[in-house]
Design a protein around this ligand. Structure first.
Ligand code: ACO
Length: 331
């Protein structure tokens, strides 16, 4: 008899920093107000990492929770992928630093940069490696300290983002039609200026001029991004549903990247899926980049809102552009 293999999320964890930054707090920093931010984005407050607290520190907390909940022994983990656009250093990879912090053996560890789609991209990569049979468990993390690359003089961007980390242990188990049913990731690099950090790479290495030009901060063409994202995410979700013979009513939760409530409402409208099926917690955390989907997933699980057999669709989008979905039948 053939034993079929499934890949399940055996444990999910999340971490957000203590410090809350409300819209009123922001109005003391830039020319903005609570009404503008809430009506344009849905965000009320976000968490900001403490001085000296890094992406690695947040990733570690989320990872420890995910590992504990998975019941998997650390020594049985064969891969660490940290999805981040704000690593502790350009190199070495934050995943390697995490391997040491967690006291895990000398396993494969690397960072993956797909901005806000990083977690679902990393899940797809880890799932593929698990299915080779060479490893049994993988630790996948989405973590970003976006506050470190925000221009706190640019009201159009600094109000949107927050810091945090989310993690999942992915495990290979015997079974069929459970766990990760499908992954679909796409990209389009034709217009990097939609969302980018222009300086600090080989095209514009760090120099006094790049600092003076504020080139090390996140730049975004928000309105253009909004239009493109809603369109491509709609196509992506429809393709995932079609190729898995799934109707919108079969899905218990869509867990979207928590960028903007108006964006999520537009997705619901174009997909013709009731907005109640979209899990939203961005009012408390803002856009935490690669951390946003796993933080939201952890919250749905902790609230007891997922049952065995439920279909869950994770959907993310971010700089690149990248966009990506994971279809899961909860185990
Ligand atoms: N407070 C008050 N006024 C503001 C603020 C602010 N924080 N920010 C911008 N404004 C002003 C602008 O200066 C402009 O004023 P003007 O008309 O006098 O020039 C006016 O508000 C309108 O500006 P727009 O940028 O056109 O505002 P828009 O309605 O498009 O909303 C927003 C901006 C919220 C950024 C929206 O475009 C959006 O959500 N886009 C999607 C961006 C996003 O979510 N990106 C992340 C996805 S990918 C990833 O997560 C990495």
């Amino acid at each position: 008899m053939t034993v079929e293999t499934a890949v399940v999320l055996s444990g999910v964890g999340a971490y957000v920093p203590e410090k809350r930054l409300t819209n009123d707090d922001l109005s003391q920093i830039v020319d903005t107000n609570d009404e503008w931010i809430r009506s344009r984005t849905g965000i009320r407050e976000r968490r900001i990492a403490a001085d000296g607290q890094t992406t690695l520190d947040m990733a570690e907390q989320a990872a420890l929770q995910a590992i504990e909940r998975s019941g998997v022994e650390k020594e049985d983990i064969g891969l660490i992928v940290v999805a981040t656009m704000t690593p502790d250093m350009p190199f070495p990879a934050t995943a390697c630093l995490l391997q040491d912090r967690l006291g895990i053996g000398q396993i494969m560890a690397f960072d993956l940069e797909a901005a806000c789609s990083g977690f679902t991209y990393a899940v797809q990569v880890a799932e593929g490696l698990l299915r080779t049979g060479r490893i049994d468990h993988a630790l996948v993390i989405g973590a970003d300290k976006v506050s470190g690359i925000l221009d706190w003089e640019d009201r159009a961007t600094c109000v949107l983002f927050g810091d945090g980390a989310g993690a999942a242990v992915l495990s290979r188990v015997d079974g069929r039609d459970i766990g990760i049913l499908d992954c679909l990731s796409r990209s389009d690099g034709s217009d990097p200026s939609l969302l980018c950090q222009p300086a600090g790479g080989s095209a514009m290495p760090a120099r006094q001029q790049t600092i003076d030009a504020r080139g090390h901060f996140l730049k975004m063409r928000g309105r253009d991004l909004f239009k493109v994202v809603v369109k491509v995410v709609n196509r992506l979700c429809r393709d995932v549903m079609e190729r898995n013979n799934i109707r919108p009513e079969d899905i218990r939760w869509i867990i979207p990247h928590q960028a903007n409530l108006r964006m999520i409402d537009s997705m619901a409208k174009y997909l013709e899926i009731p907005p109640e099926k979209f899990f939203v917690n961005l009012e408390r955390y803002g856009n935490t980049s690669a951390a946003s989907v796993p933080i939201a997933l952890e919250e749905v699980i902790s609230k007891g809102e997922i049952e065995t057999g439920d279909l869950i669709l994770l959907v993310a989008f971010g700089a690149g552009l990248t966009w990506s979905a994971t279809l899961i039948r909860w185990h």
